[in-house]
Design a protein around this ligand. Structure first.
Ligand SMILES: Nc1ncnc2c1ncn2[C@@H]1O[C@H](COP(=O)(O)OP(=O)(O)OP(=O)(O)O)[C@@H](O)[C@H]1O
Length: 726
């Protein structure tokens, strides 16, 4: 929407922050970069739809061609998918079975129709000759039975092949998708178009992969075409000789298919659209609804005595909203719910066959019995034919989006990362960096994506190999950002960072990150076991149990982990691998019958709560253990030359903090170390360089003594903290 607002002509722009609502739609237009976006206000909702510049000017054929141009452009992706699927072990035979059975299922209705045609001919013969061909009649009956059995057998084969194929494709696809997700860097992952690609390529509600859905949809279209072709051919042949037969067929088909097809906007070309609401009450109402449902807020709602306040706030906003409390879905549905002339035309179509039949019968009363038999055939055929047309159009209708989803699957693997890889190996010529790496920031400035303010402004400092640097300063001063730039989570906007004399943008990313061990402040605990979380610190040595234990010991986590019921195998937040079904837990009966989900859960050994909670300090000890795993535990840890710690002791008690610093200083050997911290004293006293930061810049720098002598801000804050302990 940013483009629209940039290109907006002043007079057309509504007061966008206006939270007033109106049920009357206001239409406004934005003209920017040659695009026209229609803005409609409906209730509290603002709808923005890109207007198709060719709308109303193109013929139906041109519209359909345009609609399917995108589909044709995606055919190479479809071919690639088919090739990939055929390359998955065990998929060739299943694909053959699936395609064969699907086509077979498509042809059976035509065979059934042919038999019905034969029956009509037989009735005509009986009317003319007054004799019954018993043998022929038996054959037709046997044929009908065979068709029914074949239909069941083929559907069964399709379902079985489908299940096997889906499972095999999922295994291959999930690996492909995992790799595509994993390779994205932080700024790229945050881009909205990447996010929507990720969303579109995810499995559907029924766990079906995009690849499988696309193949199934494509096969569905092919089957529908085969089914339609077969039925049309048989019907035409059967009724060719009939007086007014073709007229009856045509009219009946139209009467059945038109009402069904009118449900689709068959010729509509997809356009971009967006909907949002800026109504403050509506947004607040949604916020409260979410807060009251999410478990993480329960503690504060209860302890903060917020129940009464939350309820009255919610009542106040919903009362103020009144009827504007409608979701976008409801609003858009009520827009479509008007009766139009088309509804009347559809009803007229429904009566066409009877009218045609009556006219035909009046014109040739002698042929009335034949026409009756033909009408029966046509009526039954028409409804199955109409259904086939409906299926084909509905499948074709979504194919554009489906193939786009397939493109996403492949394109995800090719999206270039914002942080580009370098080419220079590090360290060069296999030099040892165990004795630390030199680090330099040269006039570095940086803004986070989509923000206007500098998080870092003109930062310069130099560290020699093996030195200890402590960054101190107020909240939001930019301390963590410095560490993020060193490992290239983001790249600076201006200036450059050098490691071992190399601009870090020229170094191979994997080499750079291997040489650095970092513990971020916003440590995230992965939804894996505690053991696996610590092992993540050193992926190459993760198989070694003794290393994990040693890291936990050094991080001060071993003793509390061992007290947990599952020890190192504890999942703090287990991924959803337990399911149970029945009436809501706690209720003991359903429709008069006894049911008890709690008893079933007990027997299954399921816990009553799913989470294991740790204290903030314990979580921090796990985080530190992970870092120890990487930088300290391995004997060949010479790969790491720079240790970065962002507030590693914020949640630790003083004794634990003291232990941690001692252990770190002892174990780091000669490695270069950068700490970000709010605490003065213990660590800053040993630092070779202290950077005191405020508002995105370095205000003072030097050693503890030189800064105290300078009597600046660092000295003032140090004395303030020291006084607290006097
Ligand atoms: N992912 C982000 N997106 C946008 N802005 C961010 C992001 N992370 C941090 N910022 C902003 O950048 C500035 C510097 O943040 P940074 O986290 O580096 O501060 P800090 O000194 O580490 O603070 P603290 O002591 O509170 O941890 C702040 O204004 C912050 O709001």
């Amino acid at each position: 929407m940013a483009n629209c607002e940039k290109g907006a002509s002043g007079s057309d722009v509504a007061h966008l922050n206006d939270s007033s609502s109106s049920s009357v739609a206001k239409i406004q237009k934005w003209k920017g970069e040659g695009r026209i976006v229609k803005h409609t206000r409906i209730g509290v909702w603002d709808e923005y739809v890109e207007v198709d510049p060719d709308a109303g000017r193109m013929s139906i054929t041109a519209t359909v061609v345009k609609k399917y141009e995108g589909v044709l452009g995606s055919v190479p992706y479809l071919v690639r998918i088919v090739k990939d699927v055929l390359g998955i072990p065990g998929c060739k035979l299943q694909t053959f079975l699936f395609v064969g059975a699907s086509l077979g299922t498509a042809v059976v209705p035509a065979a059934t129709l042919w038999l019905e045609g034969q029956l009509v001919k037989m009735i005509e013969g009986v009317i003319e000759t007054r004799t019954i061909d018993t043998h022929g009649l038996l054959l037709i009956c046997a044929g009908r039975l065979a068709c029914t059995f074949a239909q069941h057998a083929l559907t069964n084969t399709t379902t079985k092949a489908e299940n096997t194929l889906n499972a095999r494709i999922r295994r291959w696809f999930s690996q492909h998708q995992f790799g595509a997700y994993a390779r994205l860097d932080v700024p790229t992952y945050g881009l909205t178009d990447v996010q929507s690609k990720l969303e579109a390529s995810a499995d559907d509600y029924f766990d079906r992969t995009v690849v499988w859905q696309t193949l199934k949809k494509t096969m569905g279209i092919v089957s529908s075409v085969a089914q339609l072709g077969g039925q049309a051919y048989v019907l035409m042949n059967a009724l060719k000789g009939q007086k007014d037969g073709l007229l009856l067929v045509g009219v009946t088909m139209i009467s059945h298919t038109v009402p069904l097809l009118s449900q689709f906007k068959v010729f509509a070309v997809a356009t971009a659209w967006a909907v949002r609401t800026r109504n403050k009450d509506y947004v607040k109402m949604c916020g409260w609804k979410k807060a009251i449902r999410q478990e993480k807020h329960r503690k504060e709602i209860v302890a903060g005595n917020l129940v009464g306040y939350a309820t009255s706030e919610f009542k106040a906003v919903t009362d103020r909203l009144g009827d504007d409390n409608r979701t976008w879905y409801e609003v858009s549905r009520s827009q479509d719910a008007h009766i139009n002339a088309w509804t009347i035309v559809k009803d007229v179509f429904a009566h066409l066959p009877q009218i045609a039949f009556t006219i035909s019968a009046f014109r040739r009363p002698a042929n009335m019995p034949e026409s009756l038999a033909a009408l029966g055939l046509v009526q039954s055929a028409a409804s199955s034919f109409a259904w086939s047309v409906y299926e084909m159009v509905s499948r074709t209708n979504g194919i554009e989006e489906q193939i786009q989803a397939v493109r996403n699957v492949y394109e995800l693997a090719d999206i270039p990362n914002v942080v580009s890889d370098g080419t220079v190996a590090f360290p060069e010529n296999g030099e040892s960096i165990e004795a630390g790496i030199a680090l330099e920031f040269r006039n570095v400035s940086f803004k986070y994506p989509d923000t206007d303010n500098y998080a870092l402004r003109d930062i310069s400092f130099r560290l020699l190999p093996g030195q200890l640097c402590v960054i101190v300063g107020s909240n939001g001063a930019g301390k963590s950002t410095i560490l993020k730039l060193i490992v290239r989570v983001y790249d600076p906007e201006e200036g450059a960072i050098f490691i071992g004399g190399h601009d870090i943008r020229t170094l191979k990313l994997s080499d750079l990150r291997r040489a650095i061990s970092v513990l971020f402040q916003d440590y995230t605990h992965f939804p894996l076991s505690i053991r696996d979380n610590i092992a993540l610190g050193d992926p190459t040595g993760s198989g070694d149990e003794s290393h994990v234990r040693q890291a936990a010991r050094l991080g001060g986590a071993e003793s509390f982990i061992e007290k947990l019921s599952d020890g190192f195998e504890t999942y703090l937040e287990p991924p959803a691998v337990e399911y149970c079904i029945g009436p809501t837990e706690g209720s003991k009966s359903l429709s008069g019958k006894p049911f008890d989900v709690t008893a079933v859960r007990d027997c299954a050994g399921m816990k009553t709560t799913t989470k294991t909670e740790l204290s903030g300090g314990q979580m921090q000890r796990l985080a530190v253990s992970r870092t120890f795993m990487r930088s300290i535990v391995r004997e060949e840890a010479s790969e790491v030359g720079l240790l970065l710690f962002d507030e590693p002791s914020a949640s630790l008690d003083p004794a634990a903090e003291h232990d941690l610093f001692d252990r770190l200083c002892e174990l780091r050997g000669n490695k270069t170390m950068v700490f970000s911290s709010h605490r003065f004293g213990n660590l800053t006293r040993h630092a070779d360089l202290i950077l005191y930061m405020n508002e995105s810049g370095i205000v003072e720098s030097g050693t503890h003594h030189s800064l105290l002598e300078a009597e600046g801000e660092y000295a003032r804050l140090w004395k303030l903290q020291a006084q607290a302990f006097i």
